[in-house]
Structures are given as C-alpha cells and as structure tokens.
Design a protein around this ligand. Structure first.
Ligand code: ZN
Ligand code: ZN
Length: 290
C-alpha cells in the first residue's frame, strides 16, 4: 500500500472510532436503556470489531492493490468510459457504481439461505444503536471484503474514489444505526436520496417484508428504483429476527456458531418469505371476504 493510502486508511479508522464514541455517548442523553445494559450490549457487539479487524485489514490491502492494478492496466468498466474531463462527474459515476454494488450485495445476503444465516447475525440485535454497526459475523466480513475485491476488479474504480466513498460510508453506517432520531422534516427530505436512521431501522424490523427492505448503504435511490423501499412508524418497529430465538444468539460464541448450528436449519430464507406472505396477505383476504 502506498503511504497516501495507508495514511487515509488510518485516518478513516480514527474517524470511525471518534464518530462511534461521540454518538454512543450522545445516545445516553436521550436514552432508552439503563447504562449498565447499554455497556453490556456494547461489549457484546464490540467483540465483532476484533474479528473484523483480523479479517478486514489484510483483505482491504488486497482491495487497494487490485484498484491500483486496475488503473495501471486499464481494467474494468470505469477505465473504459468515454473521456470525461470533470473529476466530479467521474467521481459521481464511480460512487454510483459502488453504491449500486453494495445494494446488490445486501439484497443477495438476504435472498440466499446460507448467506442470510450469516447476515442475520447483524439483524438479531434487539436494541439497535451505534454499536450494532460493527455486529457482523466474521464469515460475512470475509464475504463482504472479498466481494469488494471482485467489484473493484470488474469496475476498475480508482483508489481515491474508493477511499472517499469509504469515508462517507463509515459515517453513514454509524449514523443510520444510532438510536437517536433526526428531526422529522430533515428525515423526510434526506430520505428522498439517503438511507436515514429511520429508514435503516425499518430494515431492522423483525418481520417481513420490512426486513427485506431499505437495503441501501448510503443512497436509498436503488430501493426506490427496484421497489424495496418501505417506511414504518418508529413506534411499530420491533428489532430482531422473528424466526430466531433470543437464547440461541445470547452470547458472542453463540452468535458466531449460529449459521452452522442446528437452530439455523429451521430458519431458511424461503420459509421466512412464505410465512410473511401469509401474514401480509391475510388482512387483505379478510377485507375482501367481509
Ligand atoms: Zn440486512
Ligand atoms: Zn444495520
């Protein structure tokens, strides 16, 4: 990794840590759960930071290396675009490409049974706050960063765009998990193009079809475009996954073991879909019959 990339990566880690700590403390002003519970919750989630660091750091070096090679060798779609003189238009194109790939990644993680069993670890948090941001199964960390290597190889996005977007993504992810709410009007306006805390909380609702909605990472335009955008009042949101029992995911070791356990075999993604369909369609049927 060249010194500039290394410096930027360190800056991002520092930025991520500062934002997380600042928001975690700010949440206490408005809160919700007793401090002892909040600490217990954070300690469980922060253990995933350790596994993520070991997996993500070496693979991130590979992402940067592939990006540099793509630029030198003119690999990928981005390097074969018509000559656009404006950096900002090129930045926007690269940003949109990456954001769409992240949307597609998240969609697939929900739709393929084995991948969902890993990804649902993030969803099993019964209390969503900034520490939920890092609650990711190590298997998913590996899949996510490996997927990014493929994305960079196929798109050929240059390092500077990757790093700037990563910066924005880190900020967006932490903010979208905070237990605090933005003013309603601001949420509404931002929600036309961005994934806001309210929209991401809908994604954390324990029942379908809400769990399978608002997949966007930074932008919500893909959800609006592909019909996966949903809104739900905060008071109606219940965090978690309705097909997972609390006692099966109560500790760090249980969470890591869950995708491979006998319990996860009972919650294939298709079953969740079918169950939900019945639940969602039932009131309509009743209304028609009446
Ligand atoms: Zn998800
Ligand atoms: Zn989340």
């Amino acid at each position: 990794m060249n010194p500039a990339s290394s410096h930027s990566t360190n800056l991002q880690l520092l930025f991520f840590a500062v934002i997380m700590v600042a928001l975690w403390h700010s949440e206490m002003l408005f809160n919700e759960i007793p401090l002892k519970e909040k600490w217990k919750h954070a300690v469980l989630n922060l253990q995933f930071l350790l596994t993520a660091t070991f997996i993500q750091l070496p693979l991130s070096l590979a992402v940067i290396k592939v990006s540099a090679l793509a630029e030198i060798n003119s690999w990928g779609i981005y390097n074969h675009l018509p000559n656009i003189p404006s950096f900002w238009i090129k930045f926007l194109i690269g940003f949109l490409m990456l954001d769409f790939c992240e949307y597609a990644y998240h969609f697939v993680m929900h739709k393929i049974s084995f991948l969902w069993k890993m990804h649902l670890i993030h969803h099993t948090d019964k209390f969503v706050n900034v520490s939920t941001t890092v609650r990711e199964h190590p298997g998913e960390t590996f899949i996510r960063v490996s997927f990014m290597i493929v994305v960079v190889f196929v798109t050929g996005i240059p390092i500077e765009i990757l790093l700037i977007r990563q910066f924005i993504q880190s900020f967006s992810n932490v903010v979208s998990h905070t237990s605090m709410s933005l003013p309603k009007k601001l949420e509404k306006w931002l929600g036309y193009i961005l994934i806001t805390p309210s929209l991401h909380k809908v994604h954390h609702h324990d029942k379908m079809p809400y769990t399978d909605s608002n997949y966007g990472d930074i932008l919500c335009i893909w959800d609006r475009l592909f019909g996966t955008y949903r809104e739900l009042e905060l008071s109606k949101i219940n965090f978690g996954v309705d097909t997972v029992k609390d006692e099966h995911v109560a500790t760090f070791s249980k969470l890591v073991a869950y995708p491979f356990s006998k319990f996860s075999k009972k919650t294939p993604v298709n079953m969740v879909d079918q169950t939900t369909k019945v639940i969602v369609d039932l009131p309509k049927v009743l209304i028609v019959d009446l």
